[in-house]
Structures are given as C-alpha cells and as structure tokens.
Ligand binder design. Structure first.
Ligand SMILES: NC(=O)c1ccc[n+]([C@@H]2O[C@H](COP(=O)([O-])OP(=O)(O)OC[C@H]3O[C@@H](n4cnc5c(N)ncnc54)[C@H](O)[C@@H]3O)[C@@H](O)[C@H]2O)c1
Length: 293
C-alpha cells in the first residue's frame, strides 16, 4: 500500500473503538503520525499496545480526553505540535448513543451530554484545529462524523438526530469561513456500521440485521468509513469542502423502502435514559412504565 500520508499528522477523536479505530489503523498503514484522543483509557492503552506490536510505536500517541471539555480538546490538539511538530488532519468522530426514549421523557441533563459530546465537542475540535492550521499557514482538512440520522427524522433518537443535523450545518458554516485559509471542512454521514456502539460485543447478532437495513448486500464496517476519511483528508478531494459525504450502502437512496427498524432506538425499545456508548461510563437505562411505551 502506498504511504501517501507519510509525515502527515492526524488526530482521531473516539479513535479507541469502531470507525475511529479503523481510521487510526488505516492512517498508520499509510505512513501518518496518529494521535488518538478518547475517553476510554483502557481501550486507548490497548490500541497503543496493538500498534506497538505491529511496529507503529513511533507513529502513535494516546491522549485521554473528553471531547465535551474545551480544555481537554485544546490539550489534545496541542499534542500534535509537541509530539510531531505539526497538524494536518482532524477527525472529529467521538460519539455515544446519547439520550433515548420518547421525547416526552428525555431529561435535560441527558440532552445536554448528548449535545456536549457530539456537537459542542465537534465545535471545540474545529475551533482549536483551525487556530493551529491558520497559524501553520498550509491549509488542512477537518472531517466530522455526522450520521444519516442527521438527514431525516426516524433514523435515530431525537437528541442524536438533532445534534447530527447540527454537525452537518456546523460543517458547512465552518467550511465557508475557513476556505480562505485553504482549510477544508467536511463530514461523513455513516449509515448502519457494525461497530461496538451498535453490537456491544456481539457482532454476529447485529450483522444480519444491519445488512438488511440497506440495499448493499454487505454489512457496513469501520473500514468503509476509514476509506471515506482517507479521501476527504487527501488531495484527491482538494476542491471538496462543506460536503456531507453519505456512506451508507444505499440506505438513504432507498428512502421509504429502506429497512424499517429504528436504528438508534430499537436496541432499547421499552426503555429510556442515556446511552453512554463504549466510553466505559455507566449508562442510565430506565424501563418505561407500560402506559408510556
Ligand atoms: N456505528 C454506526 O452505525 C454509526 C452510524 C452513524 C454515525 N455514527 C457515529 O460514528 C462515530 C463513531 O461511532 P462508532 O460507531 O465507531 O462507536 P464506538 O462506540 O465504537 O466508538 C466511539 C468512541 O468514542 C469515544 N467517546 C465517546 N464519548 C467520548 C468523549 N466524550 N470524549 C472522547 N471520546 C469519547 C468512545 O470511548 C469510543 O471509543 C460517533 O460519532 C457515532 O455517533 C455511528
């Protein structure tokens, strides 16, 4: 494989699991220096160990960071300068399932955490990456993870859908503002991707269900998102900015005929609360009273 990202520096938030991890592995193999920022330190250490075992020790760093906290993001971004002397690409990807259950039951604090991680966290990333990239004066690429849930209702819980729609328009707004610095800002809208966020340690159980969701006859995997990140990070997309790239095996193309399960909510049907994803933080899962289901 060509080493087209040799000497480039990429930061991947949520890089200790799922599509973030697949992206970390792809960029290591393409020669990049990679900084993984994640809340889950146990998984982060495991990623470091595996990368070392594969001979990538000099190319990878892990920073324990909560993307919803601005000071954490600032520190994470600065690590690119202190460790590798520059920054080229930021993949703002960390995420959780977030607040779920009927809209009449969502607690304010759960909404706030959902927004804090997946919208404010993306804003913090763009803000601090842009400061470094503007100062560097060589342009750069910022890629955010949105979702097909940000393109319509019904593809995820309300809070998740709202913040992912916010990511799409934040991407556009930032792209317009940063274009004069040759900083491109794009986002990816994944469909159903077989990651720990979705399968929770049981990929076989979810593989079939996810595959049936979309027209493409194979399941979406982290590697498919990593490929889209490579495209948006490379010069092959040098005139692409402000774009939401849908990577969903034709799910949204199928419109009303697409699989009818509610991706974000079905796993927790009959419950409400806060899904903290694969962060290692205890989720809040409350059974619904029968009358409110
Ligand atoms: N899997 C899907 O089907 C799917 C579809 C559309 C969008 N997405 C989005 O893709 C992104 C990655 O999800 P994934 O499926 O790879 O999930 P994942 O759970 O496998 O990985 C997410 C990573 O983000 C980290 N994280 C969560 N909150 C964090 C925080 N506050 N600070 C730092 N790190 C944090 C987790 O610890 C985890 O390592 C998320 O933004 C998610 O919303 C996923």
């Amino acid at each position: 494989m060509s080493k087209r990202f040799q000497d480039k520096v990429i930061i991947v938030t949520g890089g200790a699991s799922g599509m973030g991890l697949a992206t970390v592995q792809r960029f290591l193999s393409e020669g990049a220096n990679v900084i993984v920022g994640d809340l889950n330190e146990k998984n982060g250490e495991a990623v470091l160990e595996e990368a070392k075992a594969q001979g990538y020790e000099s190319q990878i760093r892990f920073v324990a960071a909560d993307v919803s906290k601005e000071s954490n993001i600032e520190e994470l971004l600065q690590t690119s300068l202190s460790q590798f002397g520059r920054l080229d690409i930021l993949f703002n990807n960390a995420g959780i399932g977030g607040a779920f259950g009927p809209i009449t039951e969502i607690e304010e604090e759960d909404w706030d955490l959902t927004e804090g991680v997946m919208l404010k966290g993306v804003f913090f990333g763009i803000k601090h990456a842009a400061r470094i990239l503007i100062e560097q004066g060589e342009g750069g690429s910022i890629i955010n993870t949105a979702s097909v849930a940000g393109l319509s209702g019904g593809a995820g819980p309300a809070a998740y859908s709202a913040v992912k729609a916010g990511v799409i328009n934040l991407t556009r707004a930032a792209a317009v503002e940063l274009a004069r610095h040759k900083i491109r800002v794009n986002c990816i809208c994944p469909g159903g991707i077989l990651t720990p966020l979705v399968h929770r340690g049981n990929p076989d159980m979810m593989r079939d269900r996810l595959t049936k969701l979309q027209p493409w006859p194979e399941v979406g995997e982290g590697k498919h998102i990593a490929g889209a990140v490579v495209f948006l990070a490379s010069d092959d997309s040098e005139f692409v900015t402000g774009h939401p790239l849908i990577v969903d095996g034709g799910l949204t193309a199928a419109g009303p005929s697409a699989g009818r399960s509610n991706m974000g909510g079905s796993m927790f049907a009959g419950f409400k609360g806060l899904d903290t994803g694969t962060t290692g933080v205890t989720p809040k899962i409350v059974p619904m009273e029968k009358s409110k289901k």
